[in-house]
Ligand binder design. Structure first.
Ligand code: NMX
Ligand code: MLT
Length: 442
């Protein structure tokens, strides 16, 4: 008997899962899972449980689990690219989609499938070339994604008339096509913008991570850096801005191109993904002020306080959910300890890790004084020669696409509703707080 494809396995999983969701809604729809208070309504819905995903879960103390697996468990379980330390991104996609760890054969099926889907339409390159060259790379990335909307199989099938039960199928097709094309688009932006407008053609013999490194023009072990980076940045449950924005837009039955572009726009904010470029910017400015010499802990402390006292955040520190060091930070730190232990920038980042949490605790505002994923990622890129730090969020975006696209495929499979939370007025909150008489009209 021939092996089931990823799509066939996914369909089986979807059929098994649907009754669970239906039962919860039908029989237990009234069961309460939380309450909402005024500070949550004003403060970004922090901690409000109103999203459902099975792709990943974020525990405040332990950090992320992808399909129930911690980061080290994920790296251990998945099939590795021969001669590499890190797994195939394609196998990770299989795991995010189905919840199963694929065999090497199942992984190879996705590798081959993505190769068939990888051709980027010429008009995407034409569009990128038409944009001002000083556009931010995230603007270019988002524009390239939304420009491909005309390719959407979901939009086409929807226009023709399609049963709700079938929505997941063209959504999966669109998401797979996007995943197969994003690496070339990202690398093209990089080479066009920063490397003398000299794009490198894809190599059809390579896996996704290997091909990305090849198209970036960066030698080994950057292929492994790419695999590690994309997997680490893939998913952080559903409430973060990029995942939530993607899900929100998809909930209107907008296709994967519109939805991912929206998510990428959210990732481009400095409090979200852009923080990784801000970390490098902050660190480089600080080094420049010191004339390049290695700082003392006191000098570093002063620079951190100067940032806080000028009303700015310390990029790469703090988190809306996490209350410990982000395991994605730790995973990258372990990579650095192995591959670049004596690199001065790595040493400086470690020194910040030693000093910043105490400074943030003394400052007394941030609920989490520990580093997040963005505090460490730029060092690795810099070490391998990718020093153009305004490009870093595009790398985050390629990785994030894995998680958010797996999520919206399942959104369609489980028939999740159009998202529409309720808003209230300030006067209504004042009434609820008992500090204002009920007005005839709010
Ligand atoms: N530096 C200075 N102040 C901070 C920091 C920080 N790193 N983190 C939080 N605060 C402040 C925050 O601005 C807020 O101040 P105010 O009361 O004046 O509005 C206060 O502490 C309470 O915020 P929290 O509840 O701890 O954090 P929140 O959940 O609102 O925000 C972040 C989470 C991640 C947006 C926030 O910690 C931050 O701005 N960090 C720096 C930017 C960053 O690293 N972002 C990347 C997040 C990961 N990612 O890749 O997306
Ligand atoms: C993320 O990876 O999305 C960030 O850590 C932000 C978050 O989870 O809120």
């Amino acid at each position: 008997m021939s092996m089931a494809t990823l799509k066939e396995t996914l369909f089986k999983k979807i059929q098994e899962h649907r009754p669970r969701t239906t039962r919860l809604v039908k029989e237990f729809g009234d069961v309460k899972i939380g309450e909402v208070n005024i500070s949550q309504a004003i403060g970004g819905a922090r901690g409000v449980k109103c999203l459902v995903t099975d792709i990943s879960y974020l525990d405040p103390m332990e950090g992320i689990r992808f399909r129930g697996k911690t980061i080290p468990e994920t790296f251990d379980a998945l099939p590795k690219v021969p001669g590499s330390e890190y797994p195939y991104v394609e196998g990770f996609w299989y795991m995010l989609m189905t919840g199963d760890v694929p065999t090497m054969e199942q992984t190879q099926e996705v590798v081959e499938d993505w190769k068939q889907r990888a051709r980027v339409p010429q008009y995407v390159f034409d569009l990128l070339r038409a944009l001002p060259r000083d556009s931010h790379p995230m603007t270019m990335f988002s524009a390239a994604i939304v420009s491909m909307q005309r390719e959407s199989i979901f939009a086409q099938k929807y226009a023709e008339g399609m049963s709700k039960m079938d929505y997941w199928d063209p959504m999966f097709e669109d998401c797979s096509n996007l995943m197969a094309r994003l690496p070339e688009i990202a690398a093209y932006i990089y080479r066009m913008k920063y490397k003398g407008d000299a794009p490198i053609a894809p190599d059809p013999n390579l896996d996704m991570g290997g091909n990305f490194a090849h198209m970036m023009g960066v030698a080994k072990p950057y292929d492994d850096v790419a695999r590690m980076y994309f997997i680490l940045h893939s998913d952080h449950e559903s409430g973060n801005v990029s995942a939530h924005a993607t899900h929100l837009v998809a909930s209107a039955l907008s296709d994967a191109y519109y939805s991912l572009s929206a998510g990428i726009n959210g990732l481009a904010g400095p409090l979200h993904g852009l923080a990784n470029q801000e970390v490098l910017g902050w660190t480089q400015d600080f080094m420049a002020k010191l004339g390049g010499k290695v700082p003392t802990e006191d000098e570093l402390k002063k620079a951190l306080w100067d940032t806080l006292n000028s009303g700015q955040v310390i990029p790469g520190y703090g988190h809306a959910v996490l209350r410990k060091t982000d395991p994605r930070y730790t995973s990258q730190m372990e990579f650095c300890e192995k591959h670049l232990p004596d690199y001065p920038l790595f040493k400086l980042v470690n020194m910040i890790y030693k000093v910043a949490p105490d400074v943030l605790m003394e400052h007394g505002k941030a609920k989490n004084p520990w580093p997040n994923v963005d505090a460490q990622s730029g060092v690795i890129q810099w070490y391998y020669g990718v020093t153009e730090y305004d490009f870093y969020t595009v790398l985050f975006g390629v990785g994030r696409a894995l998680g958010v696209l797996a999520n919206i495929t399942w959104d369609r499979a489980l028939g999740y509703a159009i998202e529409r939370p309720k808003s209230v007025t300030t006067a209504m909150l004042e009434e609820a707080a008992g500090i204002k008489e009920k007005a005839a009209s709010n």
